[in-house]
Design a protein around this ligand. Structure first.
Ligand code: HEM
Length: 475
């Protein structure tokens, strides 16, 4: 690893001081505002490095390099090793093999989700109706609801309809566990594990963080599903059972080797999938809802489209796929309200040269900056303006304009071999929920006309988590 204390080997310009001690002090001062350093770097360079508390971090301008690194082999620029460095699963979850380094569940997800989306739609629709009735009362009067936390809860029920299926996806205790997991994990890593010497990390994670206990509790929730699968296998002519529709956890059970099919090993993977899916999906949804609540006339245009499509196709996946304005609205919000300024993290496993000759040294940690491509006026006229129907261009453009189809100018899901494998599910889940909400409720901010501003945490950008929206039965 290229520590911040070492003299950097790369001839890559730095933002701020390069002397190790001064750089460490700069990293400490900027730790809550890394974004400012990135902005300063982008003013001058296409490739630069910024000091973080643990190491130098190399930032590549997305405009130029996203395409270039998107399919570089894992042995050269590793996504998995970068993830492992960021989240330390080997210590906290107890198995890097299960979660990052040899994460076969990601291949299953990529393979299984697409073909099963239509079949899954009925279950998803049911959870959309149940969760909104549970968390947003259908009252004639305006009811105030804390937006972000409510959406996190609803999205976790919907995502878990795919991950573990019903009835577990509706179980309040299970949902408490999986929605809390991300924040507890980040806190445990930041406060206890990240800065502990490697030799002690496992001990500290096991004994001084709640994560192992949360994994064990999840395993107990999964036990009945595992036992059900065992019974099915016992009665089936082949070992893996014959029931292949179902959920992420049953695909895993059927695909994994026998020693990996225990509740504990499945829990590690189920939690990692919750980690990857709930909070970013909820943040994307909240951003769209805030944009619309701020400019309610857009609700009416969307309502008209949703009603027309449902009348024509019924409440089906086809109807959702034909809602072009709704899709465009999500894409425009993702363009403007990215969840972070950098993505496509990679760890250089060997020296790598960019096309302009810049050498990325072995051991360097790199990411791609995505705010600049999203604000490129040549691609997006008036890029600072929220134009929800910017991407409605008719069927002749095929899929290319859609929310879940990334390209070099639109990077919220990454691009290339590690582009988010859950993005088509996320798109279906979030648009189905939004279509239901728009048809069912009127919505406004509690403080009329006040647009809630996002929060930056380092390079992450979250929608305002305190804002309150009001809902009433649609008039
Ligand atoms: C709108 C919500 C979502 C956003 C914005 C999002 C974004 C991303 C991004 C930026 C990456 C990394 C891409 C890269 O570095 O090249 C990623 C990876 C991933 N996402 Fe998503 N994601 C979302 C929803 C989901 C959902 C719902 C699931 C699960 C069903 C999911 C599962 C994953 C997994 C497993 C990976 C790791 C991929 C790999 O190892 O190759 N994501 N996502």
């Amino acid at each position: 690893m290229e520590s911040i204390y070492s003299v950097p080997k790369a001839a890559i310009p730095a933002v701020g001081p390069t002397n190790p001690i001064a750089a460490y002090i700069a990293a400490f001062k900027a730790s809550s505002n890394t974004q400012k350093m990135i902005e300063a770097g982008l003013q001058k360079y296409d490739v630069f490095r910024i000091p973080l508390l643990t190491r130098w971090h190399i930032v590549l301008s997305g405009k130029r390099y996203a395409e270039e690194i998107k399919n570089v082999q894992e042995e050269v620029l590793s996504f998995k090793e970068a993830m492992e460095e960021i989240i330390d699963t080997q210590y906290l979850i107890g198995s890097a093999a299960a979660v990052t380094r040899n994460a076969s569940q990601i291949d299953f997800l990529a393979r299984q989700l697409g073909p099963n989306l239509s079949e899954m739609f009925e279950a998803l629709k049911e959870e959309v109706t149940l969760s909104s009735a549970k968390y947003i009362p259908l009252s004639e009067d305006w009811t105030s609801i804390p937006a972000y936390s409510t959406i996190v809860r609803m999205v976790s029920q919907l995502a878990n309809c795919m991950i573990v299926g019903s009835p577990l996806c509706r179980d309040e205790g299970y949902l408490d566990l999986v929605t809390l997991f991300l924040s507890k994990y980040i806190e445990a890593r930041r406060r206890k594990v990240a800065y502990t010497p490697a030799i002690l990390k496992g001990f500290v994670a096991r004994n001084f963080t709640p994560i192992p206990n949360m994994v064990n509790k999840t395993a107990e929730y999964l036990r009945p599903i595992v036992e059900g699968q065992q019974k099915k296998s016992a009665h089936s002519s082949n070992d893996i059972g014959d029931d292949r529709s179902q959920t992420f956890v049953t695909w895993l059970y059927q695909e994994l080797d026998a020693p990996e099919r225990t509740p504990l090993r499945l829990a590690q993977r189920v939690l990692s999938m919750n980690f990857a899916s709930i909070h970013n999906s909820a943040a994307v949804f909240t951003n769209v809802l805030y944009e619309l609540a701020h400019e309610p006339h857009y609700f009416l245009a969307l309502r008209e489209e949703i009603e027309t499509m449902v009348e024509y196709h019924g409440w089906t996946r086809d109807a959702i796929l034909h809602m072009e304005k709704l899709d465009s609205c999500f894409k425009e919000s993702q363009r403007m309200n990215v969840l972070g300024s950098i993505s496509m993290n990679r760890l250089a496993m060997e020296d790598y040269s960019l096309s302009d000759g810049t050498r990325i040294p072995k051991g360097a940690f790199i990411s791609v900056e995505l705010l600049a491509p999203h604000q490129n006026a040549a691609i997006y006229p008036n890029p600072g303006e929220f134009r929800p129907f910017r991407f409605v261009k008719g069927a002749e453009n095929g899929n290319a304009n859609q929310f879940a189809f990334p390209n070099k100018d639109y990077l919220p899901f990454g691009i290339g071999k590690h582009a988010c494998p859950g993005r088509f599910f996320a798109s279906l889940m979030l648009k189905t929920l939004m279509a239901h909400i728009i048809l069912t409720y009127d919505i406004k901010f509690e403080d009329d006309g006040v647009k809630s501003s996002p929060h930056w945490y380092g390079t992450f950008r979250l929608p305002n988590t305190k804002a309150v929206l009001q809902f009433r039965r649609r008039k």
